[in-house]
Design a binder for this molecule. Structure first.
Ligand code: TUI
Length: 306
């Protein structure tokens, strides 16, 4: 399937893998790119030296294009932005902030820049600043989220920008893909479905929680201090929400979540770890390879779109 995004990025299918902190390592990114989508290494909160290693390892596994996601709250974001240029990464996505200060250097290096936006205002500002496309991410997504739903955000962004729009949040099969196209998107980004890919190195316990999740099994923590994060309900979210409701200060809440994503992804702690996942987790029932997933989604979408 050819769209403005497959043309822009030089990929076969308009499916992008979300740049998930701790989850989206070089194994997953290379597998998605090899399967014809766009794999992304998620820099998350990692140091720049680690991100460089990840990029170099991905290059050994695939000759196809892949990208790096810069989580803009990372204290080493400046160094990571430089590593991306030095390593000749062709595509960058950004999250959790405004990437304005890196645009000039990335564009000068010929990098395609695609920020995640959670509002029409930021999409407009990003287009004016010269980005190549935007990812409009709805509140159905896992992790750090905005307030608007995918259904409402995507068409409103499509209406005000000329650059291609990628839809994210709540998409995990051919029906979601086709719906996104109907809203005017040129591609989709999926996160949660790729967490349970066979090539994903996420701890088995975490994968099992996603596969067993039902439609209403996620909670949003952190709303009171302006950093809402969607994750599966567990002991951690119960404790967090209880403290948050009682008006606990940010420092106390932060203490609870410090290192908790690593605990879930690496150690498989599903009780006190942060099990970031989107609302679509309830629909995901099977672990598949990235190639199987992408083929299934494209087949279903193409038949629906006909
Ligand atoms: O970034 C994400 N999702 C993430 S980042 C992450 S790492 C993390 N871990 C613990 C706590 C917090 C973060 C986990 N999941 N998605 C992209 C995204 N960007 N969603 C929402 C936004 C966003 C929100 C506000 C982008 C820009 C923005 O405002 C920019 C500004 O400064 O005007």
């Amino acid at each position: 399937m050819k769209t403005k995004i497959t043309e822009l990025l030089g990929i076969e299918y308009p499916i992008i893998q979300g740049g998930m902190a701790w989850v989206a390592d070089y194994h997953l990114a290379a597998a998605v790119s090899e399967a014809g989508g766009l794999g992304i290494i998620g820099a998350g909160g990692a140091p720049a030296s680690f991100v460089r290693e990840q990029i170099q390892k991905a290059k050994e596994l695939t000759k196809k294009p892949f990208g790096v996601n810069v989580m803009l709250m990372n204290p080493e974001a400046d160094e990571i932005a430089r590593v991306i240029v030095e390593e000749g990464v062709p595509i960058v996505t950004t999250g959790a902030g405004n990437p304005g200060k890196y645009l000039a250097s990335w564009k000068e290096a010929g990098i395609k820049v695609i920020p995640v936006v959670a509002s029409v205002a930021l999409a407009r500002m990003m287009e004016r600043a010269g980005v190549d496309a935007v990812i409009a991410e709805g509140t159905e997504s896992g992790g750090h989220i905005g307030a608007a739903t995918t259904m409402t955000l995507v068409p409103q962004v499509v209406d005000v920008v000329k650059i291609p729009v990628i839809a994210a949040g709540g998409i995990a099969d051919g029906r979601g893909f086709a719906a996104a196209m109907m809203l005017g998107a040129e591609a989709v980004q999926m996160g949660t479905r790729f967490v349970v890919a066979k090539e994903s190195t996420v701890h088995e316990n975490y994968k099992k929680k996603i596969l067993a999740a039902k439609d209403i099994d996620s909670e949003v923590t952190g709303t009171s201090h302006g950093h809402p994060v969607r994750q599966l309900r567990n002991n951690m979210t119960r404790e967090y929400l209880k403290l948050e409701k009682a008006g606990a200060p940010f420092e106390e809440l932060e203490h609870l979540t410090l290192g908790a994503l690593r605990k879930a992804v690496v150690e498989g702690d599903t009780v006190n770890g942060t099990l970031m996942a989107g609302q679509i987790a309830g629909m995901i029932k099977e672990e598949m390879t990235c190639a199987e997933m992408i083929q299934e989604i494209m087949k279903q979408a193409e038949s629906l779109l006909k």
